[in-house]
Write a protein that binds this ligand. Structure first.
Ligand code: ATP
Ligand code: MG
Length: 247
């Protein structure tokens, strides 16, 4: 948690070496501690934008300013080490950062409890369900107390019920962590349920077409998804998304 975790993108354009214009003139301001989702058709530059925010990819033009806070990235594939236990996977980044063993013990116990895996520390990834693997991946990302949590379609591969439950857990974890969250998703309801703002992008070239404010207070109850206000906003975002999608 820090004031340094806000992000400002100013006229960010990305042209890959093969000449492809993946992003054009993207302006966005993501306040520290906020949660924003990015939706848009396949290939519109969502992952490119997230990588620029993470500092993994440099813009060709424009600037991405990010505070000194530490980013953590969670991908669609949990990318766990199969020969390490749940506990061993959670410790991975703490070991790389040379945390002292007692601090690792305490933090591993804490984050595994937060994601509901306290009883699975000795299990191996292949012994977990898809949703549990994703929670482990989240725990590993949160272990270092990142200021910035970047999520690229982390829930795309789980069934609908698990997905709803994981959204509720993710929302709670983000609030507990106090970090800035940015989620890429294809699912409008997921974007609305988790976020304070939803950014709709369009392809060729990738650009922001509209930013929706999501006014529902936190914590958000599961019943919110069935409310008329949620359905109305979801309809507006979906219509904007459809209008910006050409196949
Ligand atoms: N390393 C790269 N080199 C060249 N072109 C790339 C590279 N990475 C992505 N692209 C291109 O940039 C465009 C945007 O890709 P990106 O992965 O950001 O899209 P996306 O919105 O995340 O798509 P999806 O929803 O399918 O994940 C695509 O046309 C893609 O082919
Ligand atoms: Mg992508």
């Amino acid at each position: 948690m820090s004031d340094g975790a806000g992000i400002t993108l100013d006229g960010v354009t990305k042209r890959y070496d093969n000449g492809l214009l993946a992003l054009e003139a993207v302006d966005l301001a993501l306040p520290a501690g906020s949660f924003t989702s990015i939706v848009g058709p396949s290939g519109c530059g969502k992952s490119t934008l997230l990588r620029i925010i993470a500092g993994m990819v440099e813009p060709s033009e424009g600037q991405c300013r990010r505070g000194t806070g530490m980013p953590a990235f969670v991908f669609q594939e949990p990318a766990l080490l199969p020969w390490r236990t749940v506990d061993g996977n959670v410790r991975l980044l703490m070991e790389l950062e040379r945390w002292k063993p007692p601090e690792q013990d305490a933090r591993a116990t804490e984050v595994l409890r937060q994601v509901g895996l306290a009883d699975f520390g000795h299990a191996y990834p292949h012994e977990l369900s898809g949703g549990m693997r994703m929670r482990l991946s989240l725990a590993r990302a949160l272990a270092l107390r990142p200021d910035l949590l970047l999520l690229d379609e982390p829930l795309a591969a789980v069934d609908e019920l698990t997905r709803d439950l994981l959204q509720e857990q993710l929302s709670q974890l983000w609030r507990q962590a106090g970090c800035t969250g940015v989620l890429v998703t294809h699912n409008v309801q997921e974007a609305l349920f988790l976020s304070q703002r939803v950014v709709v992008m369009a392809p060729r070239p990738g650009r922001v077409v509209q930013v929706f404010d999501v006014p529902f207070p936190f914590p958000r109850a599961p019943e919110l998804r069935a409310s008329p206000a949620f359905a109305a906003l979801s309809g507006q975002v979906s219509a904007t998304l459809r209008a910006s999608t050409t196949i």
